[in-house]
Design a protein around this ligand. Structure first.
Ligand code: HSE
Length: 405
């Protein structure tokens, strides 16, 4: 079957590599038919690349080639990926993608375009890179009411936090190391401020509960205000700080969805997820907790998921997958700060007796070199707004949510 690849960056070139290096096993799994690359769309000249003859800068070469049935979109970003994908789907060509930004912003419209073209739009690689999560959510866990999801959805921030926790490295040094290792971009904003994780939360929430959640509905905090002092206090409570995307079912018409640093206690599956690894814990009412773990980024892990989607499309040209992903509403995602109760980690300039006067019941934490005018503690469950009201007259140094996953 003829296929095309749009975008020849890290993931796109990985897709080409996996298709070529795994051609035999791919042919076996499609029932004998290999995936044959007919076009690679890329704006660079790629002179001397062994695939030179396949490159085109004209999208229409793919759109108008009747033999091309499946296309991988690894361009990234919303434009022009959205326009290209929509045109291909409406023309009846299946499209698979690793582009989380596009799925989070335009997933609903693109699934509707796939309906129009009676074809498939698959996006396994858009969350968790090489980790199977979209298909398990849509198929294997489909009999459950999902109660909640918590995920370490960004490898760069998990690497930075791991370096802070295990090596005592400062945030700035750990970020520089992440950049030197090629994990973080030169402009690391999307990773460290949580936007990348937030896009993945949108996709998971839309899949789990069937209504599109947009990035502007997900309250997002990154990790740039986490200090070694916080890491050290939390370690005295047998916990670690992780950047978590959390989704909670409230009722048919309401969910909570947010991204933030969170204290995870060491008994949790998520606490042991270190380095650049990702993990997604799904809580279903029938199955209980299931946890998916693996490499959430990188050339070959991501390409592994993209090519698997291509295989699926090639095997099911005449069968449409149903995602049950409909339109959302503006007030579908609640303001979690006024509704969801949880314990909080607080670090503040105050005495222990001040903390007890304000909260009555707290668990104090300690660290080496703790100044006499600084305390850190874990509160009982309350909403974030209630917590902030109680702390209105205090000099707060940091507040971190404590999760129950
Ligand atoms: N920059 C992302 C990460 C890549 O570090 O996880 C995958 O979205």
């Amino acid at each position: 079957m003829k296929i095309a690849v749009m975008g020849y960056g890290t993931v796109g070139s990985g897709v080409v590599e996996v298709i070529e290096q795994h051609s035999e096993v791919i042919a076996k799994r499609t029932g004998g038919e290999p995936l044959e690359i007919a076009h690679i769309l890329d704006l660079h000249d790629n002179i001397g690349d062994p695939h030179e003859a396949l490159f085109t800068k004209d999208f229409n070469d793919i759109l108008n080639d009747p033999e091309v049935k499946v296309v991988a979109e690894t361009i990234g970003g919303v434009n022009p990926a959205f326009d290209y994908t929509q045109k291909l789907l409406k023309a009846g060509k299946a499209v698979v993608t690793s582009n989380k930004e596009l799925v989070a912003q335009k997933g609903l419209e693109l699934l509707q375009a796939a309906d129009e073209g009676n074809t498939n739009y698959l996006f396994e690689a858009s969350v968790g890179g090489g980790i199977p999560i979209i298909r398990p959510m849509n198929q294997c866990l489909a009999a459950n009411n999902i109660e909640g999801i918590a995920g370490i959805l960004n490898g760069t921030t998990n690497f930075i936090l791991t370096m802070m926790i295990e090596q005592g490295m400062s945030f700035d040094d750990a970020l520089k190391l992440a950049q030197d290792n090629g994990y973080a971009e030169k402009d690391p904003t999307a990773d460290i401020e949580g936007f990348d994780a937030s896009r993945k939360v949108c996709i998971l929430a839309s899949l789990a509960f069937g209504k599109h959640v947009y990035p502007n509905q997900v309250e997002t905090e990154g990790i740039s205000n986490i200090t070694l002092e916080d890491v050290s206090y939390v370690s005295s409570a047998n916990g670690v700080i992780k950047l978590l995307g959390q989704i909670k079912y409230i009722n048919e018409d309401k969910i909570a969805a947010f991204v933030s640093p969170a204290v995870v206690y060491n008994g949790s599956q998520l606490a042991s997820v270190r380095d650049v690894f990702n993990a997604i814990l799904v809580r279903g009412d029938a199955v209980g907790d299931v946890c998916f773990y693996g490499r959430g980024a990188g050339k070959l892990p991501t390409a592994s998921a993209v090519v698997a989607d291509m295989l699926d499309c090639a095997k099911h040209v005449d069968r449409k997958k149903i995602f049950g992903w409909g339109a959302g509403e503006e007030d579908y995602v609640v303001d979690y700060r006024s509704t969801i109760e949880m314990p909080f980690y607080v670090r503040a300039k105050m005495s222990e007796s001040d903390a007890v006067n304000i909260f009555h019941n707290v668990k104090f934490l300690s660290r080496k070199g703790q100044p006499s005018d600084e305390v850190a503690f874990i509160t009982d469950k309350m909403t974030e707004n209630a917590l902030k009201e109680k702390l209105a007259d205090s000099e707060v140094l940091n507040i971190i949510k404590v999760t129950n996953y």
